[in-house]
Design a protein around this ligand. Structure first.
Ligand code: BG6
Length: 491
C-alpha cells in the first residue's frame, strides 16, 4: 500500500551537479518515491544542470539506471516510472562560464511558481552560481536555494560561505541540509519529548545520569580518501550530525514547532557547551584510526596516505553548562569500520535511590531510554521487572519496545529516506529541519579549537583500533574513568 500524502504545489527544481553521486543515490530515488506517494505533482519539473555533454533523453536514461540501482524492485512501477521520467529535463551548463545559463533561464517557468536551486556541487561553486542566478532574474521568482555540507572546514570558511549565500539570498530562502535532521526517528525524538508528558519532568540532570550518542558505521572510508583525509570524523560527522542530535536531545521546549523557535533553542545549547578542555586534550577527546585485516584495508590505505593523522573515529565527553544539564555529561562517538551500523541516542536515568529487595533478588538495573535512528528505527525503554515464575523475588531486565513498524501494526512500513522529507520541505517552505547560518557557525566556533590544537600537535597520532571492534581502548577509558560503560554496538 502506498501512503498518500498531501501534494506540494508545482515546482521547478534545478539540481546543479545533477549527474553526480548524491543526485543518483539520493535525490532521484527520493523524488520518485514522492511522486509514487502522490506528493510530487506530475507538473513539477526537475532540471538537472551539469557539465556533461548529454541531452534530456540521455539524462532520463541515467535516472532510470539510478532508480534500478537504488530503489528496491517492489517499488518500481512502469506507469509511475514513465510519469517520473517525464518530469526530468537536462541543461548542459558551466558554473563559472557563460555556457548554458540562457538555456536554463528559458526552461524555468515564468510567474510565481516555486523554483528551488539545489547546489549538489563543491562549495567553491556556491558564489558563482548564486551570482549567475541573481543576474538571470531567477530570484524574482519564488526562489530558494539548497546547500549541503561541507559548509566550511572551520569558523572562518563557514562565515565566508554564509556571507556568499546571504549576498544573494535572504536567510528564509536558504536551506542548509543536515540529512540527519530528515531521519524519521530524529523527528520522533521531538514527538517523544514534546508530545508526551511522561519524560519531560525527568529530562534533566536531577534524573538523567548521562547521555550517550553513537553513530557507528560498519563501512570504511571507501572511495572517498581525498575528501576524508582533508576532513576526518570530527569535521565529517561530529561538527554537524552529532552536534544536531545533541542539540535536539538537550534543547529546551521550543515555543512552537516552527523553524525559528526550534533553531533558537538549538543555538542556545551550542552556546552553552563548555569549551573543550585542551589542557590535557586526551581526557575529553579520543581519536582513532582503523587497522586493516585480511578482509579489509586499513584507514591509512583507504586514505591513500601512510602518514595521515586523520581520524576515522572520535569519542568525546561534552559538558553543557546550563540549569537543565549541569553535571550530566553527554558522551558522543562516531567511527567507521566498527562492529555494526548503529545510530542511537541513549538516555541513562539515575538508579533507584535505594533497593528494598533482598540481595538474592539481584540489583535493580538502570532505566535506559534508547532512541534508535538506524537500523530498525524505534524507541526502547530498559526496565527492571520480576523474573516470571514462582521462584521468589528475582529481578531481571526487560525492554519496552516501540519499534515503529511493529508498534504501528504496519510491519511493511517503509521508512522514507531523509531526502524525501527534506526536498519536500524545501518546496513547502518549511525550514524547521534545516540549519540556520548562526547554528552552523556556533558549531564550528565550539569545535574549531580542538581541531586546531590537534593539527598543531604534530607528534600526536590517532589510536589504532581493529576493524569490526567498538573503537580504540582509549574510548572505553573515557567512560571507565567516570565509572560508566558504553552501550554495545550491535545492530
Ligand atoms: C555523511 C558522511 O554525511 O554521512 C559520511 O559524509 C557518512 O561519511 C554518512 O558515511 C552517514 O550517513 P547515514 O545516513 O548513512 O548514517
Amino acid at each position: 500500500m502506498v501512503a498518500r500524502t498531501i501534494p506540494v504545489p508545482p515546482f521547478d527544481l534545478v539540481v546543479f551537479g545533477g549527474t553526480g553521486d548524491l543526485a543518483r543515490r539520493k535525490l532521484i530515488p527520493a523524488l520518485y518515491h514522492r511522486l509514487r506517494a502522490g506528493q510530487m505533482p506530475p507538473e513539477a519539473r526537475v532540471i538537472a544542470a551539469a557539465r556533461s555533454d548529454m541531452d534530456a533523453e540521455a539524462y532520463r536514461r541515467l535516472a532510470e539506471d539510478a532508480l534500478a540501482e537504488f530503489v528496491p524492485k517492489d517499488y518500481l512501477d512502469a506507469a509511475i516510472l514513465a510519469q517520473f521520467l517525464g518530469t526530468l529535463d537536462y541543461v548542459r551548463l558551466d558554473a563559472t562560464a557563460d555556457r548554458g545559463w540562457d538555456a536554463l533561464d528559458r526552461k524555468l517557468t515564468e510567474g510565481d511558481r516555486i523554483s528551488a536551486f539545489y547546489l549538489s556541487v563543491a562549495p567553491r561553486f556556491f558564489a558563482p552560481i548564486c551570482e549567475r542566478l541573481s543576474k538571470l532574474g531567477a530570484l524574482r521568482r519564488n526562489a530558494r536555494i539548497v546547500v549541503e555540507k561541507p559548509l566550511g572546514r572551520d569558523l572562518a570558511s563557514a562565515r565566508s560561505l554564509n556571507a556568499q549565500l546571504s549576498a544573494v539570498f535572504a536567510e528564509e530562502q536558504i536551506y542548509r541540509i543536515d540529512h540527519y535532521l530528515g531521519k524519521e526517528t530524529v523527528q520522533n525524538l521531538m514527538a517523544l519529548r514534546f508530545a508526551n508528558a511522561l519524560f519531560e519532568p525527568l529530562w534533566n540532570a536531577r534524573h538523567v545520569d548521562h547521555v550517550q550518542i553513537t553513530v557507528a558505521e560498519s563501512v570504511g572510508i571507501e572511495g572517498r580518501g581525498d575528501y576524508y583525509d582533508r576532513n576526518g570524523a570530527m569535521r565529517d560527522m561530529v561538527q554537524n550530525h552529532l552536534m544536531q542530535l545533541l542539540c535536539l536531545t538537550a534543547m529546551e521546549p521550543p515555543s512552537a514547532y516552527c523553524a525559528d523557535a526550534v533553531r533558537d533553542e538549538k543555538l542556545k545549547v551550542l552556546k552553552s557547551l563548555e569549551p573543550i578542555d585542551l589542557g590535557t586534550g586526551a581526557e575529553q577527546v579520543v581519536r582513532g584510526q582503523y587497522r586493516g585485516n585480511g578482509a579489509h584495508s586499513s584507514a591509512l590505505e583507504d586514505l591513500g596516505n601512510q602518514h595521515s593523522r586523520t581520524e576515522s573515529f572520535v569519542a568525546m565527553k561534552i559538558a553543557i553548562s546550563n540549569w537543565r544539564w549541569s553535571g550530566t555529561p553527554f558522551y558522543v562517538r562516531t567511527g567507521k569500520r566498527l562492529r555494526a551500523r548503529l545510530s542511537e541516542i541513549a538516555v541513562f536515568f539515575r538508579p533507584a535511590p535505594h533497593s528494598i529487595f533482598p540481595a538474592a533478588a539481584g540489583k535493580p538495573g538502570r532505566n535506559v531510554l534508547s532512541i534508535r535512528l538506524q537500523p530498525h528505527e524505534g524507541i526502547t525503554l530498559g526496565m527492571t521487572i520480576k523474573d516470571p515464575g514462582p521462584g521468589g523475588m528475582r529481578l531481571t531486565g526487560a525492554e519496552l519496545d516501540m519499534t515503529f513498524a511493529e508498534g504501528l501494526g504496519r510491519p511493511d512500513l517503509r521508512m522514507p529516506d531523509a531526502y524525501e522529507r527534506l526536498v519536500m520541505d524545501v518546496i513547502r517552505g518549511d525550514q524547521t529541519l534545516f540549519m540556520r547560518g548562526d547554528e552552523v557557525e556556533a558549531a564550528w566556533a565550539w569545535i574549531d579549537p580542538a581541531i586546531t590544537e590537534w593539527e598543531e600537535r604534530q607528534d600526536a597520532r590517532p589510536s589504532p583500533y581493529d576493524s569490526g571492534s567498538s573503537g580504540p581502548e582509549d574510548a572505553l577509558m573515557l567512560l571507565h574513568r567516570d565509572g560508566r560503560r558504553w552501550r554495545e554496538i550491535a545492530a
